[in-house]
Unconditional design. Sequence first.
Length: 347
Amino acid sequence: MKKRNVMFAIGRFFSPLYSLLMLLRETMYRHRLFAVTRLGVPVISVGNLTLGGTGKTPMVQYIARILQAQGRKPAIISRGYGGSTREKVNVVSAGEEPLLDAAFIGDEPRLLAETLPGVLVLTGVSRKIPAARAVELGADVLILDDGFQHLALWRDLDLVLFNADTLAGNSRVFPGGDLREPTRALRRCHGFVLTGTCGANRDRAQRFAGLLRNRFPGRPVFFAQYQVDCLVQLMADGQVRTLAGMLPGEEPCFGFSGIARPEGFRQTLAALGIKTVGFRGLPDHFHYRGAGIKDLVRQAEQCGAGALITTEKDLVKLRGHAVSLPLYAVRMQVVPDRDFDRFVLDG
């Protein structure tokens, strides 16, 4: 946190210039001086204004499932952050088994492909190219994962997510703060979702929702909670087994995660009553390699842990690696307000 604050303190002198560039870019797209592609099918964008995690992946999963339940054939289009590929189009899943691994296409696309059977998942540096390929493969609705700043592709519904704990951060634009672009960019969106709401942050989230409604009238604000779906275990053969219940309370575990907010996962473990004897936070989209995994195991054993526990996003990157301790992951799901489904389907 201290390093982040120092970076923001230095970067705030450059924030006005970055803000100006982002506003100029938006203006160029709005006046069609930069091309905006339409693909002939509805497009739903799930994105955020802030840096860091806002729960886009579980929200994309949720939207894909409600579309499937309506008989639609959705495709998810992602940039594939953290993957090594720079190909224009990568078909992560054609709706069946995932075709590409996490190291190549990124952890989030791989996780989406594993957890959403029947859903197309494609990645590419420029999202309009894999989006066009998805339509060729039969998709009748597209979901843009982290798409708010990707203005080259027309969207029919633009959702912006805020983490209910961090909200707008320090409200300054990068590199002096947490915002990817100035707050006036929120005029582009059609609705807001405050994710991870709970008793501890509900009052603050309600006040923030009021600010959004006042400044951006006509745009609904939804709340979404996180719930634990189940625990899963990565087996030696690379298969993932769903556990019937939680781990026994006396089972000492070592927790770790390479996500935007590792502390949030640590709090989840505590809320579940899992006996965590040690924890290690890693950078977002962390690449696991043999030496690093052995170091995690060594650290866990030094703490007296008999098992490792992590996020599903981390788990997909550990398949194929030898891990000498039992390895579990927490499968989370997002539960939005009841009227959210109708808003998405009508949008």
